[in-house]
Structure formats: structure tokens, C-alpha cells
Design a protein around this ligand. Structure first.
Ligand code: ZN
Length: 265
């Protein structure tokens, strides 16, 4: 009986773990959109989930707020745990109950988006205001001069900007221009998701072949505190690492061990 319950639990847990990032991302973006909608609509024009074609690729911007005070470019991260990072580091880490995970510096990610937008719109960088928003479930321990804030602070941060950068006419034209660049066709949007998935698949293939997807050197198997992982042989020049399945199932392993222990008692 206990075994059946355990198996059911494991199946439910795995299903939850697979769906979790999708659900979390969706809720995160939705809640920021809901909060932004409280900004005075005569002053701030909001475009949520913009997909903009830039040269040979498409960029996805979580939220754009267009105002005479500038164009706010908002990147949302719906993570929990301790978030650590600085302006210039390539990666940030999130620490969830002692488990560390790396993710690409969102300030850099946002800068890349702004750079693409500034080219498309023919505007200088100083017309844009980057904001990184973390859900209130995160514990921000970042060391940055950039706007890295909690979801509930977003409108206050936006309203704090009062220097005029555009005229009312500029805003009308900008909204039109951005709307025309924004891909709304569900078919093209699907294509974009496929492209992203293809890049991920290519990366996974390279890793399976033992090749570092970042620099092309070979990957080496290493053992660490939280389990085994593949690290780039070009370390420390390249710091690419990829956890093995064992590390991904760290929590599951712990739970299974606990359960087995309880049976043996
Ligand atoms: Zn490498």
C-alpha cells in the first residue's frame, strides 16, 4: 500500500516538476501585467509580451511601457530563493534551500533587447529604462546600480522617472511603430517558440556528444557537492557546466532515501 502511494506521489511530483516552469512563468508575466494596468493609461502605454523581429532573430520582451519619460523595458523572473549577482557578471545564481542554479544575467539579457529595439526604432540607449522584476517570493541579494526590484515595487519605480524624453506626438508615433514591429500572428509566434526549442535541442545534442555548446571544447565529467556534473575542459576560461540527471533529481533522491529509511525502521 505504501509503495503504491509512493509511486503515485513520485508520478505527481515529476508531472508537477515538468509543468512548474511553464505555470510559474505564465503567472509571473500575468501578475506584472495586472499591476502595470494600474498606471494612468493617459500617460503610460503598455505592450505586454512583445515579440519583435530583429535582423535574423526574434526577441521576446515581457513588458514595454511607453511614456514621455522614456520607454521602460521590463524583464520578469518568477524565481524563488536567494538571488545573487552583479551588474557585470555573466551569470547570476539562485539559491533554493542550498541548491544553487545559474541563470544568464537578466541585466545583460535586457540590454540585448534594448540594443535591438534601439536599432529598430532609431533611438539612442538613453531613451530606454531597463527594469528587472522578480516575484516577491524571491529574496534579492543583488549588488547592482540597475533597477532590480520586486513585482510590488514596479509602478513606484516607473513613476519615479519624471525627466521628459519624448513629446506626446513622439509617443503616438512610437506606439504605432512598435505595434507594427510586434508580431501578433499566432502562427509566427509558434515559429518563434519552435526556433527557441531548436536552439535548446542543438545545445542538448552537443552536450550528449560531449561538446561544450558555448565554446566547442570537450566536456569533462566531474563530481561536486550537489552531485555529478559536466564541466567544460576549457575551465576557467569557459565556465559552462551542465548537471547530470542525478543532480536534477536531487530532491527526489532525498525523498526516496527518506522513504526507504522509514521502511527499514
Ligand atoms: Zn566551454
Amino acid at each position: 500500500m505504501e509503495i503504491v502511494l509512493f509511486i503515485l506521489f513520485v508520478v505527481a511530483y515529476i508531472t508537477f516538476r515538468i509543468l512548474q516552469p511553464k505555470i510559474k512563468g505564465y503567472i509571473g508575466e500575468k501578475s506584472v501585467a495586472a499591476i502595470l494596468s494600474f498606471l494612468p493609461s493617459d500617460k503610460y502605454k503598455i505592450i505586454n509580451d512583445a515579440l519583435i523581429k530583429s535582423n535574423d532573430r526574434t526577441i521576446q520582451i515581457d513588458h514595454l511601457v511607453i511614456s514621455v519619460y522614456g520607454i521602460f523595458v521590463i524583464e520578469t523572473k518568477n524565481y524563488k530563493g536567494w538571488i545573487m549577482g552583479s551588474d557585470d557578471s555573466e551569470y547570476w545564481t539562485k539559491n533554493v534551500f542550498g541548491n544553487k542554479y545559474k541563470f544568464y544575467n537578466p541585466i545583460r539579457q535586457n540590454k540585448a533587447h534594448i540594443s535591438a529595439l534601439s536599432k529598430q526604432l532609431g533611438l539612442s540607449f538613453n531613451k530606454f529604462i531597463p527594469i528587472i522584476v522578480f516575484s516577491n517570493r524571491a529574496d534579492l541579494k543583488v549588488n547592482t546600480v540597475h533597477n532590480v526590484v520586486y513585482t510590488t515595487q514596479i509602478n513606484r519605480v516607473i513613476k519615479a522617472y519624471s525627466d521628459i524624453k519624448f513629446s506626446e506626438d513622439d509617443i503616438q508615433n512610437l506606439c504605432k511603430k512598435i505595434s507594427s514591429l510586434n508580431i501578433v500572428s499566432p502562427k509566427v509566434r509558434k515559429q518563434h517558440i519552435l526556433e527557441v526549442q531548436n536552439t535548446i535541442a542543438t545545445k542538448q545534442y552537443l552536450i550528449q556528444q560531449g561538446i561544450c555548446p558555448r565554446c566547442g571544447h570537450s566536456l569533462a565529467f566531474r563530481s561536486g557537492k550537489y552531485g555529478d556534473f559536466f564541466g567544460c575542459s576549457n575551465y576557467p576560461k569557459c565556465r559552462f557546466t551542465k548537471p547530470t540527471e542525478r543532480r536534477n533529481n536531487y530532491f527526489l533522491n532525498k525523498l526516496a532515501k527518506k522513504f526507504i529509511k522509514s521502511l527499514l525502521k
